[in-house]
Design a protein around this ligand. Structure first.
Ligand SMILES: [Zn+2]
Length: 347
């Protein structure tokens, strides 16, 4: 299993909400969990993907081909086509946000990393909004991105957060490059890579350097009454939220606190805090814009054929040091090594 159906909201948040949510929030969370559960069954998404993508051709180099669909609160995909590349946008904020966020993510991968869409060959970008009823998640299913409306009281519509849209699209890039397995350490690396590129797309779009950025994931997603800043914090994993309905952010920042669990595919959204924090430390030490040095090293590593689909944290760290040396030289490689050491990984 690779990153197929990789949702942004982990089961531990929804489990907490299903137990401690006020009133109908309980049933909303149970409903979201039951939808997420269906997708854990193996599916022949690759065969399906090629059929769907036959209808939505690749784009010419240098530009995206975006298709936004409306599921009309149902769970059939992709739904009704409501906006395509260059078309007249309907009066629906979520359609427009999804379209713009996919465009900003395309621009980042193209202009900064030299990658023409998810597969590097102009693959059309498909996104469905208004998926399910008050569905509290967003995911990449191997062929397209899917966004729920949220419940409005804890989770706001998922298209609001550019970093979350970029997170989902990056799962597509990872699936077609390193193909990291979606469980245990390779799964946590898979999740972390989506967070790393998610924050970089945000920072690039806003023109923020490493000191201006908030290093949060999904800061625009949590409704006002929630006691929390975001879903995750790369600067301080474990501090993003602490709420009576959602529980407390369980992310570790160091290998000493590595969480051994069978839930969440072996803690893929939990232990991702460790490589997330390493990236943050390295980017801060290097200074400037995250995407110019640390981001290039991460991209070189992600697209390196030597990165195995069952890579452990230490394997990934070793390759980042090799690429730092190769592209930027000894000083940068030392900063990379220091960052990994501070989270308990490496020599
Ligand atoms: Zn994810």
């Amino acid at each position: 299993m690779t990153s197929r159906h990789a949702p942004v909201i982990p089961p531990h948040m929804l489990d907490a909400l299903a137990r401690h949510g006020a009133g109908h929030l309980k049933s909303r969370a149970q409903n979201t969990l039951s939808i997420d559960q269906q997708f854990r069954q193996p599916m022949s998404a690759r065969a399906k993907a090629s059929i769907i993508h036959q209808n939505y051709p690749d784009s010419a180099p240098g530009a995206p081909a975006r298709y936004i669909f409306d599921a009309n609160q149902q769970t059939r995909l992709p739904g009704e086509l409501v906006l395509e590349e260059g078309g007249e946008p309907p009066e629906d904020a979520q359609v427009v946000q999804a379209y713009e966020d996919l465009g900003a993510t395309y621009r980042f991968f193209h202009d900064v990393m030299g990658r023409h869409s998810i597969d590097g060959e102009g693959m059309a970008l498909l996104g469905t909004v208004h998926y399910g009823q008050a569905y509290q998640n967003a995911f990449w299913n191997g062929e397209q991105m899917v966004f729920g409306d949220g419940d409005g009281e804890v989770f706001l519509p998922f298209t609001r957060a550019l970093d979350v849209v970029a997170h989902e699209l990056t799962h597509g890039v990872t699936e077609l490059t390193a193909g990291l397995e979606y469980r245990d350490q390779p799964g946590a690396l898979n999740e972390s890579i989506s967070d790393v590129f998610g924050v970089m797309v945000n920072q690039y779009a806003r023109g923020e350097d490493v000191t201006q950025a908030d290093w949060l994931i999904g800061a625009d997603l949590l409704a006002e009454g929630v006691n929390g800043k975001a879903l995750r914090s790369m600067a301080a994993p474990g501090t993003a939220y602490d709420d009576p309905m959602l529980g407390k952010d369980p992310q570790p920042a160091h290998m000493d606190q590595f969480v051994n669990t069978r839930s969440d595919n072996g803690g893929v959204h939990i232990n991702s805090g460790i490589p997330n924090h390493a990236f943050y430390l390295i980017a801060m030490e290097l200074g400037g814009n995250s995407w110019e040095t640390a981001g290039q090293i991460w991209y070189d590593t992600l697209t390196d054929e030597r990165l195995a689909s069952d890579a452990q944290f230490i394997d990934f760290a070793g390759l980042t040091m090799a690429h730092a040396t190769q592209r930027f030289g000894q000083r940068v490689a030392e900063a990379v090594m220091n960052g990994w050491r501070q989270v308990g990984i490496g020599p």
